[in-house]
Design a protein around this ligand. Structure first.
Ligand code: IPM
Ligand code: MN
Length: 357
Protein backbone atom coordinates (compact mmCIF):
# COMPACT_ATOMS: atom_id res chain seq x y z
CA UNK A 1 0.00 0.00 0.00
CA UNK A 2 1.09 3.55 -0.66
CA UNK A 3 0.31 6.20 1.94
CA UNK A 4 1.10 9.89 2.20
CA UNK A 5 1.86 10.97 5.76
CA UNK A 6 2.06 14.63 6.68
CA UNK A 7 4.70 15.04 9.37
CA UNK A 8 4.46 17.95 11.77
CA UNK A 9 7.64 17.73 13.82
CA UNK A 10 6.96 20.93 15.75
CA UNK A 11 9.06 22.35 18.56
CA UNK A 12 11.30 21.25 21.43
CA UNK A 13 11.77 17.50 21.41
CA UNK A 14 9.22 17.18 18.57
CA UNK A 15 11.81 16.70 15.78
CA UNK A 16 13.84 14.12 17.77
CA UNK A 17 10.91 11.90 18.65
CA UNK A 18 9.23 12.03 15.23
CA UNK A 19 12.51 11.04 13.57
CA UNK A 20 12.48 7.84 15.64
CA UNK A 21 8.86 7.08 14.74
CA UNK A 22 9.75 7.51 11.07
CA UNK A 23 12.71 5.16 11.49
CA UNK A 24 10.28 2.52 12.75
CA UNK A 25 7.66 3.24 10.06
CA UNK A 26 10.32 2.88 7.37
CA UNK A 27 11.26 -0.51 8.72
CA UNK A 28 7.62 -1.59 8.61
CA UNK A 29 7.32 -0.33 5.03
CA UNK A 30 10.40 -2.31 4.01
CA UNK A 31 9.22 -5.51 5.63
CA UNK A 32 5.63 -5.43 4.42
CA UNK A 33 6.20 -3.85 0.99
CA UNK A 34 4.39 -0.59 1.75
CA UNK A 35 5.42 2.83 0.56
CA UNK A 36 5.16 5.70 3.03
CA UNK A 37 5.76 9.13 1.59
CA UNK A 38 6.41 11.90 4.11
CA UNK A 39 5.48 15.53 3.56
CA UNK A 40 6.98 17.85 6.13
CA UNK A 41 5.07 20.91 7.34
CA UNK A 42 6.21 23.43 9.98
CA UNK A 43 3.86 23.88 12.91
CA UNK A 44 3.96 25.88 16.12
CA UNK A 45 6.88 28.06 17.19
CA UNK A 46 9.16 27.04 14.32
CA UNK A 47 6.48 28.19 11.90
CA UNK A 48 5.95 31.46 13.78
CA UNK A 49 9.68 32.15 13.49
CA UNK A 50 9.66 31.53 9.73
CA UNK A 51 6.24 32.74 8.60
CA UNK A 52 4.79 34.72 11.56
CA UNK A 53 1.89 32.24 11.81
CA UNK A 54 1.80 28.89 13.65
CA UNK A 55 0.76 27.09 10.46
CA UNK A 56 0.51 28.42 6.92
CA UNK A 57 -2.55 27.96 4.70
CA UNK A 58 -0.51 25.67 2.44
CA UNK A 59 0.54 23.66 5.49
CA UNK A 60 -3.08 23.26 6.52
CA UNK A 61 -4.01 22.18 2.98
CA UNK A 62 -1.28 19.54 3.14
CA UNK A 63 -2.80 18.21 6.38
CA UNK A 64 -6.16 17.93 4.66
CA UNK A 65 -4.75 16.23 1.57
CA UNK A 66 -2.95 13.21 2.90
CA UNK A 67 -3.72 9.82 4.39
CA UNK A 68 -2.73 10.76 7.93
CA UNK A 69 -0.84 13.23 10.07
CA UNK A 70 1.98 12.45 12.49
CA UNK A 71 2.74 15.16 15.05
CA UNK A 72 5.59 15.63 17.53
CA UNK A 73 4.79 18.51 19.88
CA UNK A 74 4.30 22.27 19.75
CA UNK A 75 5.13 25.27 21.92
CA UNK A 76 7.81 26.46 24.28
CA UNK A 77 8.72 29.41 26.50
CA UNK A 78 10.17 31.31 23.54
CA UNK A 79 6.64 31.85 22.22
CA UNK A 80 4.83 32.27 25.53
CA UNK A 81 4.40 35.98 25.05
CA UNK A 82 3.35 36.12 21.40
CA UNK A 83 -0.10 37.42 20.53
CA UNK A 84 -2.66 34.78 21.66
CA UNK A 85 -4.09 34.66 18.14
CA UNK A 86 -0.83 33.21 16.79
CA UNK A 87 0.29 31.08 19.71
CA UNK A 88 1.85 27.72 18.68
CA UNK A 89 -1.07 25.81 20.27
CA UNK A 90 -3.49 27.67 18.00
CA UNK A 91 -2.23 25.69 15.04
CA UNK A 92 -2.80 22.39 16.78
CA UNK A 93 -6.37 23.37 17.67
CA UNK A 94 -6.93 24.59 14.10
CA UNK A 95 -5.77 21.29 12.61
CA UNK A 96 -8.02 19.34 15.01
CA UNK A 97 -10.96 21.54 14.11
CA UNK A 98 -10.39 21.77 10.33
CA UNK A 99 -9.86 18.04 9.98
CA UNK A 100 -12.90 17.33 12.16
CA UNK A 101 -10.83 15.25 14.60
CA UNK A 102 -13.48 15.07 17.31
CA UNK A 103 -12.44 11.80 18.93
CA UNK A 104 -9.19 11.66 20.83
CA UNK A 105 -8.23 8.18 21.99
CA UNK A 106 -5.64 8.00 24.73
CA UNK A 107 -4.88 4.42 25.75
CA UNK A 108 -3.23 4.14 29.15
CA UNK A 109 -1.55 0.84 29.64
CA UNK A 110 0.97 -0.14 32.25
CA UNK A 111 3.53 -2.36 30.54
CA UNK A 112 4.11 -5.04 33.18
CA UNK A 113 7.88 -4.66 32.80
CA UNK A 114 7.49 -1.01 33.78
CA UNK A 115 5.44 -1.56 36.93
CA UNK A 116 8.34 -0.28 39.05
CA UNK A 117 8.32 2.99 37.10
CA UNK A 118 4.74 3.67 38.19
CA UNK A 119 4.58 5.89 41.28
CA UNK A 120 1.68 3.79 42.60
CA UNK A 121 2.15 1.04 45.17
CA UNK A 122 2.41 -2.53 43.88
CA UNK A 123 -0.92 -3.51 45.42
CA UNK A 124 -2.65 -0.82 43.35
CA UNK A 125 -1.03 -1.82 40.06
CA UNK A 126 -0.84 -5.59 40.53
CA UNK A 127 -4.03 -6.28 38.58
CA UNK A 128 -2.74 -4.18 35.72
CA UNK A 129 -3.85 -0.84 34.33
CA UNK A 130 -5.44 -0.86 30.91
CA UNK A 131 -7.84 1.96 30.27
CA UNK A 132 -8.82 4.07 27.30
CA UNK A 133 -9.60 7.75 27.64
CA UNK A 134 -11.96 8.95 24.92
CA UNK A 135 -11.67 12.72 24.96
CA UNK A 136 -13.97 15.02 23.00
CA UNK A 137 -11.56 17.16 20.98
CA UNK A 138 -13.30 19.79 18.85
CA UNK A 139 -15.84 21.33 21.20
CA UNK A 140 -16.32 22.72 24.67
CA UNK A 141 -14.29 25.45 26.31
CA UNK A 142 -11.37 25.05 23.89
CA UNK A 143 -13.51 26.38 21.06
CA UNK A 144 -16.06 28.60 22.83
CA UNK A 145 -16.34 32.36 22.52
CA UNK A 146 -13.58 34.25 24.26
CA UNK A 147 -13.81 37.73 25.64
CA UNK A 148 -11.39 39.97 27.45
CA UNK A 149 -11.95 43.57 28.42
CA UNK A 150 -12.17 46.08 31.14
CA UNK A 151 -15.11 47.39 33.07
CA UNK A 152 -15.04 50.04 35.74
CA UNK A 153 -11.26 49.98 35.68
CA UNK A 154 -11.07 46.24 36.27
CA UNK A 155 -9.92 43.66 33.74
CA UNK A 156 -11.99 40.55 33.04
CA UNK A 157 -11.75 37.50 30.82
CA UNK A 158 -14.24 34.80 29.94
CA UNK A 159 -14.18 31.48 28.04
CA UNK A 160 -17.48 29.97 27.02
CA UNK A 161 -18.13 26.23 27.33
CA UNK A 162 -20.87 25.08 25.01
CA UNK A 163 -21.83 21.61 23.80
CA UNK A 164 -24.24 20.58 21.08
CA UNK A 165 -26.21 17.38 21.30
CA UNK A 166 -24.62 15.91 18.15
CA UNK A 167 -21.12 16.55 19.50
CA UNK A 168 -21.91 14.58 22.64
CA UNK A 169 -23.66 11.79 20.81
CA UNK A 170 -20.88 11.10 18.33
CA UNK A 171 -18.14 10.98 20.98
CA UNK A 172 -20.38 8.80 23.14
CA UNK A 173 -20.78 6.39 20.27
CA UNK A 174 -17.00 6.12 19.85
CA UNK A 175 -16.75 5.28 23.56
CA UNK A 176 -19.45 2.59 23.49
CA UNK A 177 -18.10 1.06 20.29
CA UNK A 178 -14.60 0.99 21.80
CA UNK A 179 -15.93 -0.62 24.98
CA UNK A 180 -17.59 -3.36 22.92
CA UNK A 181 -14.12 -4.34 21.69
CA UNK A 182 -12.65 -4.21 25.20
CA UNK A 183 -13.97 -5.07 28.67
CA UNK A 184 -17.43 -3.59 27.98
CA UNK A 185 -17.50 -0.84 30.56
CA UNK A 186 -18.02 2.89 30.00
CA UNK A 187 -17.41 5.52 32.69
CA UNK A 188 -18.81 8.85 31.57
CA UNK A 189 -17.10 11.70 33.40
CA UNK A 190 -18.81 15.03 34.00
CA UNK A 191 -19.57 17.72 36.55
CA UNK A 192 -23.34 17.37 36.40
CA UNK A 193 -23.75 18.59 39.96
CA UNK A 194 -22.72 22.06 38.75
CA UNK A 195 -22.64 22.46 34.96
CA UNK A 196 -25.48 22.56 32.43
CA UNK A 197 -23.17 21.21 29.72
CA UNK A 198 -22.59 18.19 31.94
CA UNK A 199 -26.31 17.66 32.54
CA UNK A 200 -26.89 17.58 28.78
CA UNK A 201 -23.87 15.30 28.42
CA UNK A 202 -25.29 12.87 30.98
CA UNK A 203 -28.75 12.84 29.40
CA UNK A 204 -27.36 11.93 25.99
CA UNK A 205 -24.98 9.31 27.38
CA UNK A 206 -27.89 7.66 29.22
CA UNK A 207 -29.90 7.52 26.01
CA UNK A 208 -26.95 5.99 24.14
CA UNK A 209 -26.32 3.43 26.87
CA UNK A 210 -29.76 1.96 26.15
CA UNK A 211 -28.47 1.04 22.69
CA UNK A 212 -25.59 -0.89 24.27
CA UNK A 213 -27.20 -3.15 26.90
CA UNK A 214 -24.08 -5.33 27.04
CA UNK A 215 -21.98 -2.42 28.18
CA UNK A 216 -21.87 -1.63 31.89
CA UNK A 217 -22.37 2.11 32.22
CA UNK A 218 -21.66 4.56 35.03
CA UNK A 219 -21.57 8.32 35.60
CA UNK A 220 -18.58 9.56 37.58
CA UNK A 221 -17.96 13.14 38.63
CA UNK A 222 -14.70 14.53 37.36
CA UNK A 223 -13.26 15.31 40.81
CA UNK A 224 -14.08 11.81 41.97
CA UNK A 225 -12.51 10.38 38.79
CA UNK A 226 -9.27 12.20 39.56
CA UNK A 227 -9.23 10.43 42.93
CA UNK A 228 -10.31 7.01 41.62
CA UNK A 229 -7.54 7.03 39.00
CA UNK A 230 -4.98 6.98 41.81
CA UNK A 231 -6.91 4.83 44.25
CA UNK A 232 -8.18 2.11 41.96
CA UNK A 233 -7.25 2.63 38.29
CA UNK A 234 -8.08 -1.00 37.52
CA UNK A 235 -11.81 -0.23 37.85
CA UNK A 236 -11.80 1.75 34.59
CA UNK A 237 -12.10 0.41 31.07
CA UNK A 238 -13.30 3.24 28.81
CA UNK A 239 -13.52 6.78 30.19
CA UNK A 240 -15.43 9.23 28.00
CA UNK A 241 -15.33 12.93 28.76
CA UNK A 242 -15.40 16.45 27.40
CA UNK A 243 -12.38 18.29 26.02
CA UNK A 244 -10.84 19.98 29.06
CA UNK A 245 -11.61 17.26 31.60
CA UNK A 246 -10.02 14.80 29.17
CA UNK A 247 -6.93 16.95 28.80
CA UNK A 248 -6.38 17.05 32.54
CA UNK A 249 -7.30 13.45 33.35
CA UNK A 250 -5.12 12.04 30.57
CA UNK A 251 -2.01 13.73 31.98
CA UNK A 252 -2.89 12.30 35.37
CA UNK A 253 -3.51 8.84 33.93
CA UNK A 254 -0.25 8.89 31.98
CA UNK A 255 1.74 8.95 35.19
CA UNK A 256 0.16 5.66 36.25
CA UNK A 257 2.16 4.09 33.45
CA UNK A 258 5.45 5.45 34.75
CA UNK A 259 6.05 8.28 32.33
CA UNK A 260 4.05 10.66 30.19
CA UNK A 261 6.64 9.86 27.51
CA UNK A 262 5.04 6.44 27.00
CA UNK A 263 1.54 7.53 26.09
CA UNK A 264 0.32 7.67 22.46
CA UNK A 265 -2.86 9.15 21.08
CA UNK A 266 -5.05 9.08 18.00
CA UNK A 267 -7.35 11.89 16.96
CA UNK A 268 -10.03 10.61 14.62
CA UNK A 269 -12.75 12.03 12.41
CA UNK A 270 -15.73 10.34 10.79
CA UNK A 271 -13.41 9.25 7.97
CA UNK A 272 -10.19 7.24 8.06
CA UNK A 273 -7.76 10.15 8.21
CA UNK A 274 -6.42 10.86 11.68
CA UNK A 275 -3.72 12.72 13.51
CA UNK A 276 -1.37 10.77 15.73
CA UNK A 277 0.75 12.26 18.47
CA UNK A 278 2.22 11.48 21.88
CA UNK A 279 0.21 13.17 24.62
CA UNK A 280 3.20 14.94 26.13
CA UNK A 281 4.39 18.42 25.24
CA UNK A 282 7.53 19.79 23.64
CA UNK A 283 9.67 19.47 26.83
CA UNK A 284 11.91 22.44 25.94
CA UNK A 285 14.09 21.77 28.99
CA UNK A 286 15.47 18.58 27.44
CA UNK A 287 15.21 19.49 23.73
CA UNK A 288 18.25 18.87 21.57
CA UNK A 289 19.91 16.56 24.12
CA UNK A 290 18.85 13.28 22.50
CA UNK A 291 17.45 11.99 25.82
CA UNK A 292 13.67 12.21 25.21
CA UNK A 293 11.55 9.07 25.26
CA UNK A 294 10.38 8.37 21.68
CA UNK A 295 8.12 5.46 22.64
CA UNK A 296 4.91 7.53 22.93
CA UNK A 297 5.46 8.73 19.35
CA UNK A 298 6.43 5.28 18.09
CA UNK A 299 3.28 3.85 19.68
CA UNK A 300 1.28 6.69 18.07
CA UNK A 301 2.65 5.59 14.69
CA UNK A 302 1.40 2.08 15.50
CA UNK A 303 -2.05 3.56 16.18
CA UNK A 304 -1.89 5.26 12.77
CA UNK A 305 -1.31 1.91 11.09
CA UNK A 306 -4.14 0.32 13.06
CA UNK A 307 -6.82 3.01 12.81
CA UNK A 308 -6.13 4.85 9.56
CA UNK A 309 -4.38 2.30 7.35
CA UNK A 310 -6.08 -0.89 8.49
CA UNK A 311 -2.67 -2.50 9.08
CA UNK A 312 -3.34 -4.39 12.30
CA UNK A 313 -0.51 -6.87 11.85
CA UNK A 314 2.02 -4.12 11.28
CA UNK A 315 0.70 -2.21 14.33
CA UNK A 316 1.00 -5.34 16.49
CA UNK A 317 4.54 -5.77 15.29
CA UNK A 318 5.52 -2.26 16.46
CA UNK A 319 3.82 -2.74 19.83
CA UNK A 320 5.54 -6.08 20.33
CA UNK A 321 8.89 -4.55 19.36
CA UNK A 322 8.40 -1.87 22.05
CA UNK A 323 7.46 -4.50 24.61
CA UNK A 324 10.50 -6.63 23.74
CA UNK A 325 12.81 -3.63 23.93
CA UNK A 326 11.53 -2.83 27.43
CA UNK A 327 11.77 -6.48 28.46
CA UNK A 328 15.42 -6.53 27.40
CA UNK A 329 15.99 -3.70 29.85
CA UNK A 330 16.49 -0.70 27.57
CA UNK A 331 15.27 2.56 29.15
CA UNK A 332 15.37 6.24 28.38
CA UNK A 333 16.18 8.40 31.38
CA UNK A 334 12.54 9.14 32.29
CA UNK A 335 11.84 5.45 32.97
CA UNK A 336 15.34 4.41 34.09
CA UNK A 337 15.68 2.00 37.03
CA UNK A 338 18.64 0.34 38.74
CA UNK A 339 20.07 -2.55 36.76
CA UNK A 340 18.65 -1.43 33.40
CA UNK A 341 20.49 -0.07 30.38
CA UNK A 342 20.05 3.64 29.78
CA UNK A 343 19.85 4.60 26.10
CA UNK A 344 19.38 7.83 24.17
CA UNK A 345 16.33 8.81 22.14
CA UNK A 346 17.92 7.75 18.85
CA UNK A 347 19.30 4.51 20.30
CA UNK A 348 15.85 3.61 21.60
CA UNK A 349 14.36 4.22 18.14
CA UNK A 350 17.01 2.06 16.50
CA UNK A 351 16.60 -0.82 18.97
CA UNK A 352 12.84 -0.88 18.35
CA UNK A 353 13.28 -0.60 14.56
CA UNK A 354 15.87 -3.39 14.50
CA UNK A 355 13.33 -5.77 16.03
CA UNK A 356 11.22 -5.40 12.89
CA UNK A 357 13.00 -7.53 10.34
C1 IPM B 1 -2.79 17.93 24.59
C2 IPM B 1 -2.14 19.26 24.79
C3 IPM B 1 -2.93 20.31 24.01
C4 IPM B 1 -4.34 20.33 24.57
C5 IPM B 1 -2.30 21.73 24.03
C6 IPM B 1 -0.89 21.73 23.54
C7 IPM B 1 -3.14 22.70 23.28
O1 IPM B 1 -2.05 19.59 26.14
O2 IPM B 1 -2.89 17.47 23.43
O3 IPM B 1 -3.20 17.32 25.59
O4 IPM B 1 -4.60 21.00 25.59
O5 IPM B 1 -5.20 19.68 23.98
MN1 MN C 1 -2.70 18.00 27.48
Amino acid sequence: MRKVITVLKGDGIGPEITDEAIKVLNRVAEKYGHEFEYKYVDIGGCSIDKYCVPITDEGMEQCKNCDSVLLGAVGGPKWDNVDPSVRPEKALLAVRRELGLFANLRPTKLFSVLSKASPLKDEVTENGIDLLIVRELTGGIYFGKRDTGEEKGEAYASDEMKYWEHEIERIGRVAFESAMKRRKKVSSVDKANVLDTSRLWRKIMHKLSEEYPEVEYEDVLVDNTAMQLIKNPGRFDVIVTENMFGDILSDEASMLTGSIGMMPSASLSEGTRGMYEPIHGSAPDIAGQNIANPLGTILSAAMMLRYSFDMAKEADEIENAVNETLKEGYRTVDIMEDGKTQVSCSEMGKIVADKIC
